[in-house]
Design a protein around this ligand. Structure first.
Ligand SMILES: C[S@@+](CC[C@H](N)C(=O)[O-])C[C@H]1O[C@@H](n2cnc3c(N)ncnc32)[C@H](O)[C@@H]1O
Length: 430
């Protein structure tokens, strides 16, 4: 049953601003979630605002289609946001339908720019109550241009299965600091064991209060995101360079494996989080704030991991805004940065050493095409094929080339989309 405080205007106004931020710029959702307007709300209001926005983003495609069928001309964006939140309340959250309409009308009335559209909000939402829309049709859950790309890259059936994951709220995956602690942690966190070992829990709420967090016995990391560090094969006595390392999930894994780790990222703010994460886990690494493509350092390493900046379309389960903030032109410009970083990463690998390249993107230009182009221009490297199940990867992700193309439906309950390749440098080191 919906609580009275959940229907408060402050929570709805915060949701309205958060939705506008999420859809107007890249990283707007992340920034909005950390902004004082939301942070300073009572916890229950904050949770309600967040739930409204996340459900709006997870169903944005079908919601907009349902609204467009009722609108004779496009309303101002702020009015559309109010309608989107109204649809979520009426059909996706446990709220009485009449309250969804009346609180949406109140929301429109509360701001000067949307006040003239009160009647429209009322009419459109009442119209939808008479013919409830279908809000989880995979054919409309992703923007058309992304769905077309996924069809071209992976086939129609896989594209539909990927899109179906957009509407599903993900569980939380965690990496144990020590493999031997996985069984105890599974009991403590009421978690399902996943290969790796990893754990998947349906718990909700602030992870900082969960057992074992403060002692650094585990950290939050999607099951797919935990695969690349394992594929480096890093072990005690080895040196590993982690490029584009912050906030540090992979650095923690490498350090926990006993390797001597150097972590490089160009964002000081994100590196601060990396250092805090290392400290909490009782692990250490050399932390360097630099552009990985221009970092002046002569060392070479036994293994290099490059987790390159990318469109992040594979992370839509926790960041559904990426689907709507991404533009086709982003993919080409990010591909340029990825190729520069891959060249820089290659130069840091000692002869005979390993290079793991990964991106949390579903777009082949950022994954397969990057690696093939790198191999063409850098003859001293070859693919080191990944074995079935290695690193805890789902079997369906292994490609004939020996790389991994993890798709969000490859694990029951979903997983982030990733491309991962392991290369080896010839002993001659050319
Ligand atoms: C996908 S995230 C890395 C996630 C991280 N590896 C982890 O496991 O927690 C990409 C990172 O690349 C960093 N980045 C982007 N361009 C960079 C560059 N030219 N040099 C160094 N870091 C860069 C960003 O600051 C961001 O932290």
């Amino acid at each position: 049953m919906t609580q009275k405080t959940e229907s408060g205007l402050p929570a709805r106004l915060a949701a309205l601003d958060l939705l506008a931020a999420a859809l107007s710029r890249r990283a707007g959702l992340e920034e909005g979630l950390a902004a004082p307007a939301l942070r300073d709300l009572p916890p229950r209001d904050r949770a309600f605002a967040r739930a409204l926005v996340m459900a709006s983003l997870r169903h944005l495609g079908p919601i907009d289609r349902a609204l467009d069928a009722k609108l004779s001309r496009p309303p101002p964006e702020a009015v559309r946001h109010i309608l989107r939140l109204g649809v979520v309340q009426a059909f996706l959250l446990d709220q009485p339908a009449h309250a969804a309409v009346s609180t949406s009308v109140d929301l429109a009335a509360s701001r000067r720019e949307t006040r003239p559209f009160k009647g429209l909000v009322n009419a459109v939402l009442r119209g939808l109550l008479r013919e409830p829309p279908k809000l989880d049709d995979p054919d409309t859950l992703a923007p058309d241009w992304l769905l077309a790309r996924w069809r071209a890259a992976f086939g129609a059936e896989a594209a539909q299965a990927i899109a179906a994951e957009i509407a599903r709220e993900p569980a939380t995956d965690v990496t144990p600091r020590a493999d031997a602690d996985a069984a105890d942690l599974a009991a403590l966190l009421e978690a399902e064991p996943l290969p790796g070992p990893m754990l998947r829990t349906q718990r909700r709420g602030d992870v900082a209060g969960w057992p074992g967090y403060a002692e650094g016995r585990w950290w939050v990391q999607d099951a797919s995101a935990a695969i690349p560090a394992r594929l480096t094969g890093a072990k005690a006595g080895e040196t590993v360079l982690d490029l584009c390392a912050a906030p540090g999930g992979k650095t923690l894994q490498l350090a926990a494996a006993g390797a001597t780790v150097t972590a490089v990222d160009r964002s000081a703010a994100r590196l601060k989080r990396l250092s805090e994460n290392l400290e909490r886990a009782g692990l250490s690494a050399e932390v360097v704030c630099a552009d990985a493509g221009a970092w002046e350092d002569e060392r070479q390493f036994d293994a290099v991991l490059l987790d390159a900046p990318c469109s992040a379309t594979g992370t839509f389960r926790r960041h559904p805004d990426v689907l709507w903030a991404a533009r086709p032109s982003d993919i080409a410009s990010l591909a340029g940065a990825q190729s520069r970083l891959l060249d820089a990463a290659g130069r840091r690998v000692r002869p005979g050493g390993r290079l793991v390249y990964c991106v949390c993107s579903l777009e082949p230009e950022e994954g397969e095409a990057q690696v093939e182009a790198f191999l063409t221009r850098t003859p001293g490297f070859a693919v080191d094929p990944i074995a079935p199940g290695e690193g805890g990867a789902p079997d369906a992700s292994l490609t004939p080339r020996g790389t991994l193309r993890v798709l969000p439906h490859h694990r029951a309950g979903g997983t982030d989309g990733f491309f991962i390749a392991r290369l080896v440098r010839s002993e001659g080191g050319s």
